[in-house]
Ligand binder design. Structure first.
Ligand code: DQA
Length: 167
């Protein structure tokens, strides 16, 4: 696929040598419905397709992608708690509606000390006022909004660039 070759080129331009790292991609509530859920807002790609593309981009960059989706706040929190022990080096998360409500999920991210890129398919600033506030943006190294499914690929590439930086 063309865009993956482009991703590969981008990754190969980053500094070497690069150690393989694990990146954990988390998706929150209702994102399991992507493909049929409000396609005018969220696009027509399924979460499975998005995760497969993200995993391919991670592989091209020499990294491993773990994925997890849950509609339950405590399951996302527990998944984040396990991340460090599993050697995860970077978090990419679309917290869904928990973006606007969950101090507990924010605290779980902070407890890991891991870098986070926050992703949203839609531009939450161009929607209802209650979507403007995020409990994650100020603790994230970067935020990607409104680029649809491409935002996940962009986040993995950005994570790979960060991981290639000297410590
Ligand atoms: C979302 C935006 C949130 O406001 C919403 O609750 C979602 C999806 C997005 O990807 O655009 O579930 O995170």
């Amino acid at each position: 696929m063309r865009y993956i070759r482009a991703a590969s080129l981008l990754c190969s331009l980053s500094k070497k040598p690069r150690a393989m790292a694990r990146v954990l991609l988390l998706n929150g509530p209702n994102l399991n419905l992507l493909g049929t859920r409000e396609p005018a807002v969220y696009g027509s790609d399924t979460l499975e397709t998005i995760e497969k593309r993200a995993a391919a981009v991670a592989r091209e960059c020499g990294h491993e992608l773990l994925t997890f989706q849950s509609n339950a706040e405590h399951e996302l929190i527990e998944r984040i708690h396990r991340a460090k022990a599993e050697g995860v080096a970077f978090l990419v998360m679309n917290p869904g509606a928990f973006t606007h409500t969950s101090i507990a999920l924010r605290d779980a991210v902070l407890a890991t000390g891991l870098p986070l890129i926050e992703v949203h398919l839609s531009n939450t600033h161009a929607r209802e006022a209650f979507r403007k506030h995020s409990y994650f943006s100020d603790i994230a190294v970067g935020v990607i909004l409104g680029l649809g499914a491409y935002g996940y690929e962009a986040a993995i590439r950005a994570a790979a660039q960060r991981l290639a930086r000297p410590a």
